[in-house]
Write a protein that binds this ligand. Sequence first.
Ligand code: UDP
Length: 480
Amino acid sequence: MEQPHQKKVPHVLIFPLPAQGHINSMLKLAQLLCLAEFHVTFLNSHHNHDRLLKCTDLGSEVAHWPGFRFATISDGLPPEHPRSADFLIDCIDSLKANTKPLFREMLISYCRSDDPITCIIADGIMTFTIDVADELAIPIIAFRTISACSFWSYFCIPKLIQAGELPFKDDADMEHAITCVPGMENVLRRCDLPSFCRAKQLTDPFLQIVQSETLNSVRASALILNTFEDLEGPTLSQIRAHFPTTYTIGPLHSLLKTRLTDSTESTHKDSSSSSLWKEDRTCITWLDSQPSDSVLYVSFGSFAVVTRFELLEFWHGLVNSQTRFLWVIRPDLVNGKGDMGHIPSELLEATNERGCLVEWAPQQEVLTHHAVGGFLTHSGWNSTLESVFAGVPMICWPFFADQQINSRFVGHVWRVGLDMKDRCDRRTVEMLVREMMYENVELRKRAAKMADLAKKCVSRGGSSYMNMERLIEDIRGMSL
Ligand code: UDP
């Protein structure tokens, strides 16, 4: 029988948007909470869970994590649905319409079990979870997997509309300064605003969803961001005026590593891969034989697609720069299909000499490999943080959503990379690769400094380390 003052073990349910970048960071948080001896249920879509089990050892690895379990739920889409960037709105709509009632049923059955949910940590882009949590009186914390700077710019969309900045006119000068996002007066130009701000109509579904979900997330009891104070302090002050309890606990992948090193429990293992594609480790063998800082790593994340024209411009630019390169070409990178078409023989020959192509790489390991000296990235937030942590300077070619603003901060505010926004020609690629890899020593120095700050934040006593402690204590408080 339970003793009157015996503490209950908190049980946290973590529910990410079913997408690679969201799963990666939220799974790290799940593991951190397990280290604190919580029970954690990680809720995946059936579709992504099948992919995870096919591509990783996660199923058997997490068996070593006491208190951890996966649960799955339907995303409401048919199996053959592409679930790609073009269909993100479909996914979010389907989650709201089809997954929400299933989620409610699931929570009710947990409420009736002997291990009820103490707290939900749900992806902040799925605020239907707040409706359900409120109805069932379960505390809920919103986790936004994007940068603080993008989150804040999303939050300020009503201000942009009020100031007449949105929608852009047809002949809008994309260099025009945007001055109505508090704290970013001297930073943003039109072209740096999130991609959906380029919509012709304010009724655009992407613009509408991101705006309403972001404004709605204030209804959660707190906000978690995968960032760190030394990187985004000024923006975080703006956010905290609206979200007083904001836990910054990033970079999560390195906070988990630190905590695991601290932990005396040998059973805890970092499930290093949560990839929805099978990692090709031959690229690590290839990197092992390359000189230090000589390789440019090229990857556009899990959603971005390129046209065949863009593929060839990148390829020519890389080859003309004479740099060694490791390039992730996902099976669906080109126009969302597998067909790259004819590749000129001079490109294939140069790639054989000094390049390596894979369909998916163990990216965190790649970025910390001594041979990697630069990253040509689409500026997804996980990729950006992983690069910042590894001290690797970036060339940013943002594709969509938050990436436009991340690339501006990388290039203009943190100055650890070069922003190639909206350009894609072989001359620019070649020029920027040369500048980053061989000429701009300051860029490399600043990237190293920022990496030191990131390491301090996740070390014992650092801001992310302490915020994680606070989050753990606050959730413990909910189970008393
Ligand atoms: N990633 C990886 N291998 C690859 C490419 C990407 O492991 O070959 C991981 C990367 O480390 C990051 C995630 O996929 O954690 C991509 O997330 P990000 O936020 O950068 O971009 P998104 O895919 O959401 O556009």
